[in-house]
Design a protein around this ligand. Structure first.
Ligand code: ADP
Ligand code: MG
Length: 469
């Protein structure tokens, strides 16, 4: 019976979704009209109920009849055998609100009090999760200024009451090097200090993406999902990296919902405000907008001085106020560069056994500024690519679909993405008025070509060396 139902369902939904959510299901029994299936986790149950129940219901009605009912059984714990006292969710209807209010009893063990919240599975042990935090990224080390006051205080509020403030998710955004990672981690460190029993996890969006694809490859998606469902405070860094990655976005969406519904705290960072994020599914964006978007601005002069002084004090080095002011007034983009200057300065003064003089400071700043002036522009990349292929630089802007021009455009997009800080949409609008999806597609195409075509690869190498000289 189950197999026939699954045949029907598989015809009506996306094959990947079917593989992910239905293949792991084990049919347990059919008694009268009640079909009991075993799902690997509560998460599966939620997904099926939320997204696929109509398909399942239709199939059950077709195969068993209109009085068909479905019950789920969730495996409690890896160590337990499948049929040994499974935690049964009685689920005659597909109505989640109804389900929430229903008292659910853990299997046959009737003398235990009924459990109100079906999403809490008794018997899962708390794992000891390494939170992946950098001990230096504390609130104390995060110097306050006008540029970060709101984000900093919202973060502190979240750290005091994770999951219980209106800031869920807390969405921290700002340009590179302005302290997003630092501030997000400070929340984690603070929570771990005051509430050691909480499971905190910092993960970059890229790492999450890799873990997710690995888990699909290794057939361990369940473990992956179960792991993320356990986290009390989840810090997801640089979520703009999810752009265009639909599978990862879907999975994150469900983890996000699950955690939020269970009162867990989410902290997200991004280089764009939620409204400006490209390549994200609308339903995910609308979730991001639920909480508080808190931005980090470039620090003003006063804050730059304060940050330098803080670092100098912390590292116990001796730098004159004159040098501090020189650095703070000449390096004004971001905090990472400010730190970089300080480190170079320190390095130079130790190898030359100098005290840190204004002269040394000037030479360091000179180098840094020259380096950032050299940063490539999208225009320069376009010109260089056209020159290499003997094309008119204007041709990339034309609407033509001539192969060589389409490819030159794609190459220019590829280099712009990899060698500049421009966003995908900015690159697209500069190169032939395309959108971010076209740029993403171009980058994929070129990456594939480089991997498969040796001639092409050496052309790209040559262009790259012309760009960099
Ligand atoms: P982002 O994640 O926004 O790119 P980071 O959090 O990595 O930036 O910050 C870059 C560096 O600047 C880090 O070493 C961080 O400690 C430092 N930093 C940023 N903002 C501050 C601040 N307000 N006070 C002290 N250090 C800061
Ligand atoms: Mg960062």
């Amino acid at each position: 019976v189950w197999n026939i139902c699954m045949d029907l369902v598989s015809k009506s939904i996306d094959p990947l979704a079917f593989q992910t959510w239905f293949e792991p299901i084990v049919p347990l029994r059919l008694e009268k009209d009640v079909l009991t299936i075993q799902v690997p986790s509560v998460y599966f149950y939620e997904i099926i109920e939320e997204q696929y129940i109509d398909h399942v219901r239709r199939a059950l009605h077709d195969v068993i009849g209109n009085s068909a009912k479905l019950e789920y059984s969730v495996v409690m714990d890896k160590g337990q055998k499948r049929n040994h006292n499974p935690y049964t969710l009685n689920l005659p209807t597909a109505n989640r609100a109804d389900l929430r209010n229903r008292a659910v009893s853990p299997g046959s063990n009737n003398d235990q009090p009924a459990i109100k919240n079906p999403f809490v599975i008794p018997g899962i042990k708390k794992l000891n999760v390494d939170p992946q935090l950098n001990a230096d990224y504390t609130f104390e080390n995060f110097v306050e200024g006008d540029c970060n006051r709101l984000a900093r205080s919202a973060s502190q509020a979240v750290a005091k009451n994770p999951g219980k403030t209106a800031f869920n998710p807390l969405f921290i955004y700002g340009n590179s090097g302005l302290g997003k990672t630092h501030l997000a981690q400070a929340i984690g460190i603070d929570v771990k200090q005051s509430m050691p029993e909480k499971t905190v996890l910092y993960v970059s969006a890229n790492k999450f993406q890799t873990q997710y694809t690995d888990s699909i490859r290794n057939n361990s998606l369940n473990d992956f999902l179960n792991f993320y469902q356990m986290i009390d405070v989840l810090i997801m860094d640089d979520i703009q990296e999810f752009a265009g990655k639909t599978g990862t976005q879907n999975t994150f969406f469900h983890i996000f919902n699950h955690l939020q519904q269970s009162g867990k705290q989410l902290i997200l960072t991004s280089d764009q405000a939620p409204a400006d994020l490209q390549g994200m599914e609308e339903r995910l964006l609308s979730r991001f907008k639920w909480g508080l978007p808190a931005d980090l601005q470039a620090p003003d002069f006063e804050t730059r001085v304060d940050i330098l002084k803080h670092k100098i004090r912390k590292d116990g080095i001796n730098v004159s106020p004159e040098v501090v002011h020189y650095l703070a007034s000449h390096i004004n983009h971001n905090v990472r560069e400010l730190e970089g200057a300080l480190i170079s300065l320190l390095f130079l003064s130790t190898i030359n056994r100098d005290e840190i003089s204004l002269e040394t400071a000037k030479s360091v700043v000179d180098k840094l500024v020259r380096k950032s002036q050299r940063e490539l522009s999208v225009d320069f990349i376009q010109k260089t690519v056209c020159k290499y292929y003997g094309l008119d630089p204007e041709s990339l802007q034309s609407k033509t679909r001539k192969r060589e021009i389409v490819q030159a455009r794609q190459i220019a997009m590829y280099f712009s993405k990899n060698l500049t800080n421009s966003s995908l949409s900015a690159i697209g609008s500069k190169i032939g008025k395309k959108d971010h999806a076209t740029v993403l597609h171009a980058c994929k195409t070129i990456t594939n070509l480089i991997e498969t075509d040796r001639d092409f690869k050496s052309q790209i190498r040559e262009i790259e060396s012309q760009l960099k000289c």
